[in-house]
Ligand binder design. Structure first.
Ligand SMILES: NC(=O)c1ccc[n+]([C@@H]2O[C@H](COP(=O)([O-])OP(=O)(O)OC[C@H]3O[C@@H](n4cnc5c(N)ncnc54)[C@H](OP(=O)(O)O)[C@@H]3O)[C@@H](O)[C@H]2O)c1
Length: 322
């Protein structure tokens, strides 16, 4: 039997990398093997992946020598960064540069780089429809990724650029789930007006990345934009209402109001949603659902994702049952 092609998976214990690791491990005859990169080889999540058949390797994206070692001997790598762990675009840029350099040194044949748009190509810093943040960004966690694609191209690393979408899992983990308003009713709050927000189950991102590795060299140099569905806030609220069996409304606020919510990253997310709202036809247009499903035939709709995950969404009790 031919040797399996090793994919070094950054963030293998997390959402995107985890989806890819499981997709490869669930397909033992697919011709690929997982090398799971983690900072803690003894964590429960690392052990779970080992049990499924992954090789577990210690690496930190802030430590270039650990990345160099972890990429050595692999066929390919899945690269992702963790903006919300530090909220520093400069750190994210340095991490992406380190991954591109390690990929080059290791002579990888295929890298899938999980990235997002540089929104400054759409909203230049001089455009005051939204504030400039940290002196040189409009949406720091998008722009840092978008501008860093050049590290891969300048070094000639054979790369597929994977542009992802809003995870529906944010309704579980990111504090974006239905909350009670002053009227006591549950509502999701987004500054999207009546515009559509492309979304995806985080697990489906990794499955699409696996589809890209399986297609192989024909995908090198391509930009692939993925989503599971494009839905308005009202449509998502209606899906919540149906899945949860109680009314969930859509609370549409202005981007200004969202930026003022005060949690870490609120301004960044307010600008992000405004970018998606103001450039809906571009942003939805490139995130083609049929093409995403061609890469990942198991792609979930929001309704299917909700059916599987509704019990994991934290909900405040209503006053009557509290
Ligand atoms: N939330 C969304 O809607 C959304 C949408 C599109 C894109 N994104 C982007 O997705 C990225 C995050 O990806 P994710 O959601 O897959 O992350 P995640 O689930 O938070 O996973 C993070 C994993 O990466 C590992 N990790 C963290 N820091 C590391 C480091 N310094 N070196 C090596 N490994 C490290 C951790 O594993 P160990 O502890 O085992 O090391 C952790 O399990 C962000 O940059 C975000 O902007 C998010």
């Amino acid at each position: 039997m031919a040797e399996k092609k090793i994919i070094a998976v950054v963030g293998a214990t997390g959402a995107q990398g985890g989806g890819l690791a499981r997709a490869i491990l669930n397909d033992p005859n697919g011709g690929f093997a997982v090398r799971a990169l983690t900072r803690d080889v003894n964590s429960d999540k690392a052990k779970e992946l080992a049990k499924l058949g992954a090789e577990i390797v210690a690496a930190d994206v802030d430590d270039a020598s650990s990345l160099n070692k972890a990429f050595q001997g692999a066929y390919g790598a899945f690269c992702v960064t963790f903006y919300w762990a530090h909220l520093s675009p400069e750190q994210e840029i340095a991490e992406i540069k380190a991954m591109a350099e390690s990929a080059k040194k290791a002579g990888l044949q295929h890298v899938v780089w999980s990235t997002l748009e540089d929104t400054r190509k759409f909203v230049p810093l001089s455009d005051d429809r939204m504030p400039t943040l940290m002196d040189k960004y409009k949406v720091p966690h998008f722009d840092a990724k978008g501008e860093s694609g050049q590290f891969f191209t300048d070094l000639g690393v054979p790369t597929t650029f994977l542009l992802t979408s809003f995870y529906w899992d944010n309704f579980i983990y990111f504090g974006m789930g239905p909350k009670r308003g002053p009227d006591g009713k549950l509502a999701i709050t987004l500054p999207m007006g009546a515009k559509k927000l492309p979304g995806i189950a985080a697990e489906d991102i990794g499955k699409a990345a696996y589809g890209i590795f399986k297609q192989g060299p024909t995908m090198i140099g391509k930009t692939v934009c993925i989503a599971g569905e494009h839905l308005t806030g009202a449509q998502m609220a209606a899906a919540f209402t149906k899945a949860l069996g109680r009314e969930v409304r859509y609370n549409s606020v202005s981007p200004e109001a969202y930026r003022g919510f005060g949690f870490p990253g609120a301004e960044d997310l307010g600008n992000m949603f405004q970018f998606k709202r103001d450039f809906e036809s571009y942003y939805c247009g490139v995130r083609n659902i049929a093409e995403t499903r061609a890469l990942n035939p198991e792609l979930k709709t929001f309704e299917a994702w909700l059916a599987q995950n509704k019990s994991r969404i934290p909900l405040e009790e209503d006053a009557a049952s509290a």
